[in-house]
Design a protein around this ligand. Structure first.
Ligand code: HEC
Ligand code: HEC
Ligand code: HEC
Length: 117
């Protein structure tokens, strides 16, 4: 409702398709151990790397009064993604190539389109 620009573009990113792509893998066998990085809830009920994986759990900051105030939102768990956010999954081990956050900001295949850029 609030972040339509980001949502409609996020839907087209590889992150949104991370669960289905892991299931379709031919070189590795899909299982529960894939879900911490290839889903949102270690549970296929929330497939793909959804907003909260990068921005923190929204239940405490989604109230309009909180969301309107960035400092207040951050105090209630809103994460402005840093390099460390990406490194949780993109740790450089096995098939997980490292990414540089700054270089990916305009990459519509990975990060949603921004409203103010
Ligand atoms: C610790 C986090 C993590 C785990 C666990 C993990 N992945 Fe991944 N996976 C990633 C990341 C990050 C990428 C993106 C890598 C890149 O930059 O291309 C990726 C990419 C992929 C891709 C697409 C690119 C490719 O290499 O083919 C497939 C398919 C995949 N993973 C399958 C799996 C399967 C199946 C499992 C479980 C057996 C799994 N992954 C477990 C983080 C993880
Ligand atoms: C792969 C990580 C990732 C995912 C998933 C993600 N975002 Fe973001 N988001 C970012 C990054 C990185 C920024 C830029 C932060 C900065 O400016 O330093 C950002 C910025 C934003 C902003 C502020 C800037 C703007 O105008 O766009 C909003 C709002 C936002 N994201 C909403 C969302 C929503 C809603 C979703 C899910 C539909 C989502 N994000 C999913 C990484 C992500
Ligand atoms: C919860 C785990 C997770 C987080 C956090 C995460 N990613 Fe990813 N990312 C993945 C997975 C899994 C894939 C592979 C998706 C696929 O191919 O299906 C991926 C794919 C990508 C790709 C595409 C790689 C390629 O070769 O096509 C880029 C670029 C990327 N991520 C950048 C980022 C950036 C930048 C951040 C931090 C702002 C971030 N990711 C945060 C899990 C994550």
């Amino acid at each position: 409702m609030c972040h339509k620009t980001q949502f409609t573009s996020w839907e087209k990113t590889v992150h949104a398709k991370a669960t289905e792509n892991a299931k379709a893998a031919t070189d590795r066998t899909f299982g529960a151990e894939c879900l911490p990085c290839h889903a949102t809830n270690a549970d296929e009920a929330m497939p793909g790397v959804q907003c909260e994986m990068c921005h923190g759990p929204g239940s405490d900051y989604k109230k309009m009064s909180v969301m309107k105030d960035r400092a207040e939102a951050e105090a209630n768990g809103l994460v402005i993604p840093t390099q460390e956010t990406c490194d949780r999954c993109h740790d450089g081990k096995d098939h997980r190539k490292k990414v540089i956050r700054d270089e990916q900001l305009e990459n519509k295949n990975a990060i949603h389109v921004f409203k103010n850029r």
